[in-house]
Design a protein around this ligand. Sequence first.
Ligand code: ATP
Ligand code: MN
Length: 455
Amino acid sequence: MRTYTKIRQLLARQPLGETVRVAGWVRTRRDTGGFSFIEVNDGSCLGNLQVIADKRLGNYEAGIKRLTAGCSVEVEGTVQESPARGQAVELVAAEIKVVGWADPETYPLQKKRHSFEFLREIAHLRPRTNALGAVARVRSRLAYAVHAFFQERGFIQVHTPIITTSDCEGAGEMFQISTGQPSGGPGTDFFGRRAGLTVSGQLQAEVYALALGDVYTFGPTFRAENSNTSRHLAEFWMIEPEMAFCDLAGNRRIAEELLKYLLDDILAACAEDMELFDRFIAKGLVERLRSVAGQDFAHITYTEAVEELQHSGRTFDFPVRWGIDLQSEHERYLTDEVYRRPLVVTDYPAAIKPFYMRINDDGRTVAAMDILVPGIGEIVGGSQREERYEVLERRMQEAGIDLDDYRWYLDLRRYGTVPHAGFGLGFERLVQFVSGMANIREVIPFPRTPGFAPC
Ligand code: ATP
Ligand code: MN
């Protein structure tokens, strides 16, 4: 195996005079009198490395002069200062080996900018574009920072199950994988009961929080939502911390700290990619995220939100009265026009929230919180959980839930119950917020939406 220098490291270190080897894909080739200039990208960073090929190289006519976008190459050469604008160093090639050709007649990625819709149809090639490559790097770094945040604070990561028999009522439609019917065909009776793909790891995370204190899960989540929106996927990733001995205020604080930590980290660690988003995807993004990281989130109760909306002088498609679930148009009005920063809305009506959220003393609201951000709407949904056995049991009965299915969940309130709270942060909504991408399909490598799962 040969070892290569990543272009990211090379551009950062600028080892003038050193001989290095890089490997990547050709973006462009330009010929002058006795030379060719080849832009090579290896995916380690946004920037390309300019490679200079002298016509005296052995394979110049047969190989190098036939290089086009998409070809893969290995280059060995000497790093030198670049006279060209916009790059500090370039590589003077001693050898360029063509590893794989790419037929220019059919290679779909041309130099012009392609629409994101078009790129979705070539999911196998789209990470080779500047924008989608940047998303992949930012996504990776954010995942790393999520773990860093929790691990630094002593949270234990728990791998909650993907196959589950509890549907976290109200979270979303579950993809069914086993019906419990013996005659339904292969796998339908595998578990002897109805089972599906998890819509949330929360209930199982609660089990571990009530043993280990502070825990989090970060894993794939599935919802058979038949909604073709710019912020819903059928398969997405969710970050779900769950904290014992914690109330709603503590929950809110951790969520706000987490989001700010992630913004600070990504602005520092992925500055070049963030700059690209700022220039081509969402003007002013970097400044906006900096300001979000630097100030307190706004906070209002649901009841205050309703009053604010009713006194807005706006006519909404969906009229506002106390008791409705806030619609996207309402959330967007509050975040994009009134507060212009993240907004935490707490204490929603019990009737529109799931059974496990803790009933407030007023008897009609629950200790729920949503965090709404400009441009997207809901990014976090969470609550303090109902820790009182009798109250929880009554809520479950009212919701028509079969208590036998949830004995284990009720048991947590029978043996050493404690106040506890947690939330779910949609990882793709986070990447959307950070990158400024208008559509959530651009921030996951292989989006799955109704009628769409090509590879
Ligand atoms: P929404 O109202 O936006 O559909 P929700 O209230 O159903 O979301 P929760 O059950 O609160 O979502 O899930 C927690 C978080 O998971 C949400 O705040 C969001 O960030 C993310 N999320 C939920 N559904 C999806 C989805 N279909 N695709 C991507 N992310 C999602
Ligand atoms: Mn929610």
